[in-house]
Write a protein that binds this ligand. Structure first.
Ligand SMILES: C[S@@+](CC[C@H](N)C(=O)[O-])C[C@H]1O[C@@H](n2cnc3c(N)ncnc32)[C@H](O)[C@@H]1O
Length: 242
């Protein structure tokens, strides 16, 4: 099993620390997009966390299940109204199999990058494909590696400097990994958290999908389906199981 980095302290603070991602306009755009692909069928969220997306998707009438590595994150989810509708299995999204099949499997907020080897990411795509019904879709939301912002030999890219949070990514271009260093400010103290990731360009995810028998349907810059361009910082990609 991969290391569970979301302990009770982080899980309790997660929603407040990620307040930007909980903004109603962010959540509703995500849920609008995903509910189209759920297509009146069941949906499975890999790394469901505290239910940021699963809960509002469930409130739209979609039958949502989840896989999550961190029991502490699920405990936070369980404290929320409506969470009893969401069946969650504790496990690794690269290997854990849940019962039944789904019209939609989705993995948002860069979390494919939490799998730190290519083998694990390949296994995750295969696991998504194995859970899909024919005609079902796998959706991911993930950053594009910011290597164009790195002068030769440099490693640091700042990605946030908002109220209460600053973040810097340290790239290792030899091993195709990065460590996101977060500084959270609150209650008169600063908390520092490091989060290790493996990054990949869209074409590598397309190859992982192809290996799992999935075909690319579309790639957009965001949940509103703005065109994906050379300067898009992230993408929403959709593959279908034929
Ligand atoms: C950035 S949070 C995203 C949570 C939620 N999807 C959201 O959008 O708010 C990352 C989550 O991925 C979970 N996670 C990390 N690696 C995992 C794995 N291998 N299998 C399942 N969950 C994993 C973490 O425990 C954490 O809850």
């Amino acid at each position: 099993m991969p290391e569970d980095r979301y302990d009770a302290r982080i899980a309790a603070a997660y929603d407040a620390w990620m307040a930007d991602q909980f903004r109603p306009e962010v959540v509703s755009a995500t849920v609008d997009f995903l509910s189209e692909y759920a297509d009146d069928g069941r949906a499975l969220e890999f790394a469901v966390g505290t239910g940021r997306i699963a809960l509002p998707l469930s409130r739209r009438g979609v039958d949502v299940s989840g896989i999550e590595l961190s029991p502490a994150m699920v405990e936070q989810l369980r404290a929320k109204h409506g969470s009893e509708a969401i069946d969650v299995t504790i496990g690794d999204m690269a290997t854990t199999r849940v019962g039944g099949t789904f019209m939609l499997v989705y993995l948002v907020f860069n979390t494919i990058m939490n799998l730190q080897t290519q083998d694990e990411q390949v296994a995750c795509f295969q696991n998504a494909a194995d859970h899909l019904e024919p005609g079902g879709h796998f959706v991911i939301e993930v950053i594009v590696p910011a290597l164009q912002r790195l002068p030769l030999g440099e490693t640091l890219v700042a990605f946030d400097a908002s109220d209460g949070h600053a973040g810097v990514d340290r790239y290792d271009v030899v091993n195709q990994t990065l460590v996101s260093r977060h500084y959270f400010v609150g209650d008169g103290e600063v908390l520092q958290e490091d989060s290790p990731h493996r990054y990949a360009y869209p074409a590598e995810y397309d190859l992982m999908a192809k290996m799992a028998g999935l075909s690319l349907v579309g790639r957009w810059a965001d949940w509103q389906r703005e065109p994906f361009t050379a300067t898009s910082p992230s993408h929403v990609s959709v593959w279908v199981k034929p």
